[in-house]
Design a protein around this ligand. Structure first.
Ligand SMILES: C[S@@+](CC[C@H](N)C(=O)[O-])C[C@H]1O[C@@H](n2cnc3c(N)ncnc32)[C@H](O)[C@@H]1O
Length: 207
């Protein structure tokens, strides 16, 4: 798969920032809510939201979670900051411009990392996973919501067909489980299809 580089990601989300909430934001709403509900059910308060974007998930966190959001795109982050200010989201501790594959956070500083619709975007998903394993404490949790290439059928053909448009789309329609984990059946990892119509998958990686 041809991967997006950091500049391609910045360009894609600079362009998408004004319309993001009304287009992809709506399609992904139910899956995002499911993911944050899963975060809220987990023990621990220190949450890292990776690729926080315009901050659509931020209002859903339980009041006792202390959330740090990071993103590569200054334009997406600006919208997240507006949302936090407008809605008075006191549980959001920081919104920072960072590359999720190489943060400067200390090791084991978070209880939970939540990564929604980002794994199929970043240049190197395995580096992302390694970085999240580093910053989440042993016994903590890493949650992804992502789209994976369908195993078969017309959806797979469409996703394969869309793959050359990755740079314009700002994500990889042909993103596979093995791109993230290096194998199709990573041990100890749970995969749950989430709405709409199981297009997205909630992935729980115990740390
Ligand atoms: C599809 S949007 C998802 C936004 C948000 N998580 C949501 O639920 O709407 C992908 C986001 O990931 C960010 N992103 C992509 N690669 C990144 C990286 N290496 N480090 C930090 N953020 C990244 C993009 O800038 C964009 O805001």
């Amino acid at each position: 798969m041809t991967r997006l580089d950091l500049e391609a990601v910045r360009t894609a989300y600079r362009r998408q920032a004004p319309s993001y909430d009304y287009v992809f934001g709506l399609v992904s709403r139910a899956a995002r809510k499911r993911a944050v509900a899963a975060v809220n059910d987990l023990p621990g308060t220190r949450v890292l939201e990776v690729g926080v974007g315009t901050g659509l998930a931020l209002p859903y966190y339980a009041a006792d979670k202390r959330v740090t959001g990071i993103d590569l795109s200054a334009e997406m982050l600006a919208r997240a900051r507006e949302r936090v200010a407008k809605q008075g989201l006191a549980h959001v501790e920081a919104l920072l411009e960072r590359d999720a594959e190489a943060t400067d956070f200390p090791a084991a500083g978070f209880d939970i990392a939540a990564c929604m619709f980002v794994a199929s975007v970043v240049p190197n998903p395995r580096a992302l996973l390694a970085e999240l394993r580093r910053v989440v404490r042993p016994g903590g949790h890493i949650l992804f919501v992502t789209h994976f290439l369908a195993d078969s059928g017309p959806r797979r053909a469409i996703e394969r067909g869309l793959a050359p448009l990755s740079r314009a789309l700002g994500w990889h329609p042909d993103f596979a489980v093995s791109d993230l984990f290096g194998q199709d059946n990573p041990p100890g990892v749970d995969f749950t299809p989430v709405p709409p119509a199981g297009i997205f998958t909630l992935v729980h990686v115990p740390r």
